[in-house]
Design a protein around this ligand. Structure first.
Ligand code: GLN
Length: 621
């Protein structure tokens, strides 16, 4: 955001409605999913929704985060590296957010300090109240207006405040919203407080005290909850709901109970059946269309999650496998595709270094377990990553998939690993490698891009949405999966690329580069001939997959893994419900994965965003 934007605020829409979602008791109770579900429900009523995630930490963005600490770094169209919660919003609401939709304390302070340095405060003492709190309010008001789907201005903005009420870091934000409620007027602002109702085994009954205390704390800071969303392990009874209503001074219909559910797709439905829409309609004076029809697709999705029978086993060979959130978008994309194909996803995380020859000496049991899991799977993903740890294991996984005709999808580093493996074992470039791991390697199959200035913090990655152009007249599975467009736009996050010098040799040997950047110098998609599905993409398709619009490369992997890819492609990217092995009785052939129109281009479009990155997860070796 340009630091001078505070001065340039135009007349703002008086009708923008805000739902602030706060958390009580503990974090990690699914506040992000609840907040996204508010959006889904409103979307189903024909309302355009945007969202802002506030992370009260000091970091400017998530670019420097270790995936072990925070889960994956989520990348946006504009190259913003943000908290993975933004992914929930994009997926649930099918929208595209920008870096300013993620606010951190660091971003706010940076802006205020820059203003102070420019002398914009005219010699005044610059303080948390009013300067930081003003900057927060203005940022929220400004970003809320930005279109997130087409060019229509959103009508409702969901603001999720990270952490829990009472956290010292969150205080300026709470104070900003205390003021904000008066600035935008009551009918345009409401608060949903997501709390936990624990059920300790010792007592065997739900306990409301923690919720009471956190609501009291919220009120003490000047914000009153309009809705109290109670998260619990099991459903809680009416008497508990009444108790919370009594002790927290809200009407019973303002207490929403969301127990653990079989899938996140049930959350919007459960909230709807708790009367959330009616409440919001009145409280925010919203005009709705009846959501019955539009909610049907969510209902079907939730039903499908619970009722698919066939299983597809996918192995993810990665480096941060101890925290599954490190691969949140990849897992979600696999789930979207599996569901669309009518299969239950069984996803196994394999620690890449456990597949390495040297590791066998260290721990035979884990070595054989990892290989058994790999051999047992129907398909394999090697996702993105940084640094040397596990690289040889990833390369071995690629080799195994290539030689055994196992469906394979390599993403970013995964694609680089596949190309290195091919060069080593098919062309005979022993020791071929990426300069990321060995800067002086004899056969540098993967090299630094000009964007990469080692040692300089910033401007060191190619980030965000870029165009990939399919080569003319190429027969490509992946192109067909996308619906045969001329080009596709996908998001990137990398510093290294395939060395163009080796491309003719690799192609000659059967590894085809079917998609490049617009200048045809950067290799974006690689496909192996005479293999059921062996695809590598330099971009990250996982960031644009949606529950109802699965990402084509993932769709290809899943379908190939269950032996249905050919039929699907022959029918123009369609499968009959029968083929999908689900419970549907409809005999007609139905489209299950229309190529995401947002992703495909009819023309070659230049896409530059000047995105930069200050660092990356290679800190986590
Ligand atoms: N480390 C590799 C690069 O920078 C791959 C990055 C990734 O997988 N996101 O090019």
């Amino acid at each position: 955001m340009s630091s001078g934007f505070i001065n340039t605020i135009r007349t703002l829409s008086p009708t923008m409605k805000y739902i602030l979602v706060t958390g009580g008791v503990i974090s990690g109770v699914g506040k992000g999913v609840i907040a996204s579900s508010f959006g889904t429900l409103l979307n189903c009523c024909g309302i355009d929704v945007t969202s802002i995630k506030i992370d009260p930490y000091i970091n400017i963005d998530a670019g420097t985060f270790s995936p072990y600490e925070h889960g994956e770094v989520y990348v946006l169209d504009d190259g913003g590296e943000v908290d993975l919660d933004l992914g929930n919003y994009e997926r649930f609401l099918d929208i595209s957010l920008c870096r300013d939709n993620n606010i951190t304390t660091g971003k706010i302070y940076k802006q205020v300090i820059e203003k102070e340095r420019r002398g914009d405060y005219l010699g005044k003492t610059v303080q948390v109240v009013p300067h930081i709190t003003d900057a927060i309010q203005e940022w929220v008001e400004k970003v809320a207006q930005r279109p997130v789907k087409g060019d229509k201005k959103p009508q409702v903005c969901i603001v999720e405040l990270g952490g829990t009420i009472g956290d010292i870091e969150g205080m300026p934000f709470v104070e900003a919203f205390r003021q904000f409620q008066f600035r935008v007027k009551r009918e345009n602002f409401c608060v949903a407080h997501v709390s936990l109702v624990p059920m300790p085994r010792a007592t065997g009954e739900p306990k409301t005290k923690p919720t009471q205390s956190s609501v009291r704390e919220l009120r003490g800071l000047g914000l009153s909850p309009d809705l109290i969303v109670c998260r619990s392990e099991r459903p809680i009874g009416i008497e508990v709901k009444d108790k919370i209503s009594n002790f927290c001074h809200v009407a019973p219909e303002q207490v929403i109970c969301i127990p653990d559910l079989s899938s996140i797709y049930h959350v919007p439905l459960q909230m709807e059946s708790n009367g959330v829409l009616n409440f919001l309609k009145e409280r925010l004076q919203l005009d709705f269309v009846d959501p019955k029809q539009t909610m049907q697709s969510w209902r079907e999705l939730a039903y499908r999650v619970d009722n698919t029978r066939g299983e597809v086993k996918i192995s993810l060979v990665g480096k941060y496998t101890k925290l599954e959130d490190s691969y949140a978008s990849v897992s979600k994309s696999l789930q979207h595709a599996a569901l669309a194909a009518g299969f239950k996803l069984s996803l196994k995380f394999i620690e890449a270094c456990h597949l390495e020859r040297d590791f066998k000496k260290e721990n035979q049991l884990l070595y054989y377990q990892a290989w058994q899991e790999l051999c047992d799977s129907n398909g394999v993903v090697v996702p993105g990553g940084f640094g040397s740890r596990g690289m040889e294991g990833k390369i071995r996984a690629c080799q195994w998939c290539r030689e055994n005709k196992k469906p394979f999808l390599g993403i970013c580093l995964g694609m680089q690993a596949a190309v290195i493996e091919f060069a080593r074992n098919i062309i005979g470039f022993e020791g071929a490698n990426t300069t990321e791991i060995d800067p002086n390697v004899a056969h540098p199959l993967v090299i630094d891009m000009p964007e990469h200035h080692p040692g300089i913090m910033g401007g060191t990655m190619r980030l965000g949405k870029r165009t990939t152009v399919f080569k003319d007249n190429c027969t490509s599975t992946i192109k067909k999966l996308y619906g045969s467009p001329k080009s596709v736009d996908e998001r990137h996050r990398h510093r290294y690329e395939i060395n163009p010098k080796y491309v003719p040799q690799l192609e000659e040997a059967g590894l085809k580069f079917v998609g490049t950047d617009e200048e045809a110098t950067r290799m974006e998609i690689v496909e192996l001939k005479d293999h059921p599905y062996y695809v590598g993409v330099q971009y990250h398709p996982e960031y644009l997959s949606r529950p109802l619009k699965p990402s084509p490369p993932f769709m290809g992997l899943i379908l190939a893994s269950v032996g249905k890819l050919k039929g699907y492609l022959n029918k123009g990217c369609r499968l009959s419900p029968k083929e999908m092995s689900d419970n549907s009785s409809d005999e007609e052939v139905v489209a299950i994965s229309k190529p995401n129109k947002q992703l495909t281009n009819g023309t070659h479009k230049h896409c530059s965003n000047g995105a930069t990155s200050s660092s990356n997860d290679e800190y986590e070796k």
